[in-house]
Design a protein around this ligand. Structure first.
Ligand code: KIV
Length: 261
């Protein structure tokens, strides 16, 4: 069976689309690992879907490390990325300490949310040998700065800043860019402009990979679903395989899951 690494995803860029879901525990990590999905993100969305909080802001580093350990316990085949929680990338020292905790818990890459100002953090993580995914666009840790979960990159200044950030952060050594809730044409532009894999969520069909929150895609989320979510039913394995197939053959995301302007 496959063992997905960053090298696998790099070699697939422009050739084959890959799929990612969030995972927070050993049982689901087992099913994701057994499926055709390539990447598990231990996302700080666990603050909402596991802990019932209103945002990801309250999630701690210890909690992220705990869930990363649970996932790593049963994962065999997927690349595991884990989120540095709110404020943990606010300084180089905090980012290095946080990355150490998550990598030693079983992560193979850490994800940080922000913008071009993350360049020194990416640089330091890179120098320390920590693979990094940078999360741009709608970054949920900064929901209170945005004033809600709103599509980003609809005006020219934010579009330019997003593209510039992706280029600067990959030049500093970021291994993956994740774009959340941006217009599809901006995501296409970023995907073409950088040499590393780009993962999208609510970012259209032209990114190299797609990600969904597990509880959303399995239909377990009791709240109103975002436009970009598609629900897959059946056994966890059947649902995950159907999602991976749709991403691979380009049928997900369809036009109704995208922000076209
Ligand atoms: O925490 C998370 O689940 C995420 C995804 C929404 C990309 O960051």
């Amino acid at each position: 069976m496959k063992r997905t690494t960053i090298a696998t995803l790099r070699s697939q860029k422009g050739q084959a689309k890959f799929s990612c879901v969030t995972g927070y525990d050993a049982t689901f990590a087992h099913w994701i690992s057994e499926s055709d999905v390539d990447v598990i993100l231990v996302g700080d969305s666990l603050g909402m879907v596991i802990q019932g909080k209103g945002s990801t802001v309250g999630v701690s580093l210890d909690e992220m490390a705990y869930h990363t350990r649970c996932v790593a316990q049963t994962n065999r085949n997927c690349l595991v990325i884990s989120d540095l929680p709110f404020m943990q990338a606010a300084s180089v020292d905090r980012a290095l300490d946080g990355a150490q905790a998550l990598m030693q818990a079983g992560a193979e890459m850490v994800k940080i949310e922000g913008d071009e100002r993350l360049v020194p953090i990416v640089d330091a993580l890179n120098a320390a040998g920590v693979p990094v995914c940078v999360h741009l666009g709608l970054t949920p840790q900064f929901v209170h700065r945005f004033g809600g979960y709103k599509v980003q990159g609809r005006d020219q200044a934010t579009r330019d800043a997003t593209l510039k950030a992706a280029q600067a952060l990959t030049a500093a050594g970021a291994d993956i860019v994740l774009l959340e809730c941006v217009p599809s044409d901006l995501a296409r532009e970023v995907t073409e402009a950088v040499s590393v894999p780009v993962i999208g969520i609510g970012a259209g069909a032209d990114t190299d990979g797609q990600i969904l929150v597990l509880h959303d895609m399995l239909g377990f989320n009791p709240h109103r679903l975002a436009r970009f979510v598609k629900v897959y039913t059946g056994s966890p394995l059947d649902a995950l395989n159907a999602y991976a197939r749709d991403v691979r053959d380009g049928s997900f995301p369809a036009a109704e899951h995208q922000f076209l302007d």
